[in-house]
Each structure stands twice: as structure tokens, then as C-alpha cells.
Design a protein around this ligand. Structure first.
Ligand code: SAH
Length: 361
């Protein structure tokens, strides 16, 4: 019989698990505190559970984490871990320390099915979705590798689902992981500090809003359909008009928060004054924050980074119009940990599909 990995269960699911066993509700609280606050993965060490319950849990359940391999440290303090999963594949998790916060960038799939032409993960093809345990396990492992500590004294203040994969194509496993990131009995981060980034899986943006109110980042990269079709092929399925409508609906009622638009700066491709003006029109009155990401190169990349003065000019056009715009500092480039450089080690890439054939969740 397969054991239940308790890291796959958010609070509601764990409650159901204990009720099924005929146990009281408060077991959920006890066990979650052991796992997420005390970092205990061995039932025998959960001393406030009765011995028979510990033995029963040992039979039925487990707390199984992926394995952290090869930590790499960038000269700027960014850390990248290769994380080995059951089956031999590896994904990557990145920690970016800044003065006032520490951001953990988490992967949601092994590889990616989207074929964005400027992204290294796309070259890897797609293998499979991560389980909830593998997603929240990245947070658990990084938290402990960074010295752990109880709630409040932690290094990880923000989590972004901006690693490998398209989180909205792994909705079923991502949502419980988002819940655990926010749950006081687990990592206790506020909704403002948990951000999901998507290339724009329109129906699933609506679905997400029904169950969650985490911050939303959208990989836009182009202000019109013709160009976005080339850069982000998913746009052929969900064009900008539909994407904008979904994002407006998502942010409704969540103000003062805003949608974060990610815009990779590609030399001579999407970085002209006209593109900036088109972007202003496109965003209209959606509460917005624009993140300009200088393109990060990788082997076989067919683009170059826009020069700093071009990026600056683009930013100024948006800012002059009242759009909050920041140029994202490139971090961890020397260890291939920057945006779009994550590759992991994907075996069996044969399951790549064209995005147009994918179902929404
Ligand atoms: N699939 C999701 C999650 C990945 S987030 C999404 O697309 O949003 C990773 C971010 O890095 C995305 O905004 C992506 O477009 C951006 N990115 C990809 N390749 C890049 C590169 N080479 N340079 C800079 N940013 C890149």
C-alpha cells in the first residue's frame, strides 16, 4: 500500500485524513507544527502524540521530502539548489536575499510545456507536474538550509512561483502548496508575499481567483498579439484581449494590490518607444506595476539584452505616464540562477506537447 505523504496535504486535507482515522481535529495542528515549525519529519519524535498513534502514522503515512543537491552561491549572495526528485529528475530553487527581504523562487513543474522563445527552461522540454509535497518541500528544505528558525525569525519573507514550469498548468497541486505557504501552521506568509507568475492561462486565472487571492504576476513581454504570438506561443490560444479581461477580474477587490507585469527586454525586438506607448494603452486602467527584466542569456539563445540606456528610456516613458515601473536587478547570473536561466536536469523530455493542445488545468 502506498503511504500518504503528509506534505501533499494542506490543512483541510490533513483534517480529513485525521477524521478518517477517527482522530480528533487538533491532531492536525499538532502534526503541522511538528512538520513546519519544528522541522520534524519522523513520527517517533512527535512526543505529544500517543505511542499508538505514532505507530499508526508510521504504517499509513510518511513525510517525504525531495533532496537538496549541490547548493551554489553567487557572488551577489543568491543561492541556487538543484533539487532531486523521485525518478531522478532535478529541478531548481533559488533564494534571493535583499536588504529588506528574502525571496524564494520555487519551481512547479519538471521542465515546461510552454515554448517561450527566450527562456532556457523551454529548451528542456517537459517531463511532469510536481506534487504538492515537491513544491512545498522546496520551501521546507530552503527554510532549513538557510538556518530555519521559528516563524518571525525567518530568512524567507516572500515566495514567488517563478521557477521552472507553468504553475497554472499544475493547478491541482499548486493550490494546496499556496495554502501551506500562507497557513500560520506552516509558513504563515501573507497573501501579498506569495506571488504566482503565469504566462496567461486565462481560464485558470479565473479559477485561481475562486480559491485564492495570492499576488499575480503575468509574463507579458509584448504589447500586441502579433509580437506576443512569437515570444509566448500560448498567446495564440489566449490572446491579449482575453488575458487583460482575466487580469482585471482577478485584481478586482484586491486593491491596493496590483498586477505585476513582467516584461523581458530584448534588444530590437520589444524595446522601442512605440512598444512602450502601446503597452501603456494595453494596460489601460488595470492597477499595474511593470517589472522590466533585462534578458538573461543562455546557450543557444537567439536574443540579446537591450542596452541599459534603452531600458532606462522605456522605463521613463512608462513612469512619465504614471505607471510604476522598476527594472529588475539581475541576480545570480554567475550561477545561472537568473530569470529564464533555470534548466534543472530533465530526463525523458518526450512528453512535450504543443501548448495549443493542453487542457487548462
Ligand atoms: N511559466 C510562468 C512561471 C515562470 S516565471 C511564467 O511564464 O510566468 C519566469 C519569468 O522569467 C517569466 O516572466 C519569464 O518570462 C522570465 N524569463 C524567461 N526567460 C528569461 C530570460 N532569458 N531572461 C529574463 N527573463 C526571462
Amino acid at each position: 500500500m502506498n503511504k500518504v505523504n503528509l506534505l501533499d496535504l494542506d490543512r483541510t486535507a490533513l483534517q480529513a485524513f485525521f477524521l478518517d482515522l477517527g482522530e480528533k481535529r487538533f491532531r492536525t495542528e499538532q502534526v503541522m507544527k511538528w512538520i513546519y515549525h519544528e522541522g520534524v519529519t519522523d513520527f517517533a519524535a512527535m512526543t505529544n502524540l500517543s505511542k499508538p498513534l505514532r505507530a499508526r502514522l508510521d504504517q499509513l503515512a510518511e513525510i517525504r521530502l525531495p533532496q537538496l543537491l549541490q547548493p551554489r552561491l553567487s557572488s551577489d549572495g543568491t543561492r541556487k539548489w538543484l533539487v532531486q526528485l523521485a525518478g531522478g529528475n532535478c529541478i531548481e530553487t533559488v533564494f534571493i536575499p535583499e536588504e529588506d527581504r528574502g525571496t524564494l523562487c520555487v519551481s512547479s513543474q519538471i521542465g515546461c510545456i510552454l515554448d517561450c522563445t527566450f527562456c532556457a527552461t523551454a529548451q528542456q522540454g517537459f517531463n511532469r507536474n510536481l506534487s504538492t509535497a515537491e513544491i512545498i518541500g522546496q520551501v521546507w528544505l530552503a527554510h532549513h538550509a538557510l538556518g530555519g528558525g521559528r516563524a518571525g525569525s525567518r530568512e524567507i519573507s516572500n515566495i514567488v512561483l517563478m521557477g521552472m514550469g507553468e504553475p497554472l498548468y499544475n493547478f491541482r497541486n499548486v493550490v494546496p502548496a499556496l495554502n501551506l505557504m500562507q497557513d500560520d501552521l506552516a509558513f504563515g506568509l501573507s497573501k501579498r508575499r506569495v506571488t504566482l507568475s503565469t504566462s496567461g492561462v486565462v481560464p485558470t486565472i479565473y479559477k485561481l481567483r475562486e480559491v485564492s487571492d495570492v499576488s499575480l504576476a503575468v509574463s507579458l513581454h509584448a504589447p500586441n498579439d502579433a509580437l506576443r504570438n512569437q515570444l509566448v506561443p500560448l498567446n495564440r490560444r489566449y490572446p491579449l484581449s482575453e488575458l487583460m479581461a482575466a487580469c482585471s477580474a482577478y485584481i478586482k477587490g484586491l486593491q491596493p494590490r496590483r498586477i505585476t507585469w513582467e516584461y523581458v527586454m530584448l534588444d530590437g525586438v520589444n524595446d522601442s518607444d512605440a512598444h512602450a506607448r502601446e503597452l501603456i494603452t494595453l494596460l489601460g486602467d488595470i492597477p499595474s506595476k511593470v517589472n522590466l527584466i533585462p534578458f538573461n542569456p543562455f546557450p543557444q539563445a537567439r536574443y540579446r539584452r537591450s542596452p541599459p540606456d534603452v531600458i532606462d528610456r522605456f522605463r521613463q516613458i512608462l513612469t512619465a505616464h504614471g505607471l510604476t515601473t522598476v527594472t529588475r536587478k539581475t541576480r545570480g547570473e554567475d550561477i545561472e540562477a537568473a530569470c529564464g536561466q533555470l534548466a534543472g536536469q530533465v530526463q525523458d523530455r518526450s512528453r512535450r506537447h504543443r501548448p495549443v493542445r493542453m487542457s487548462a488545468a
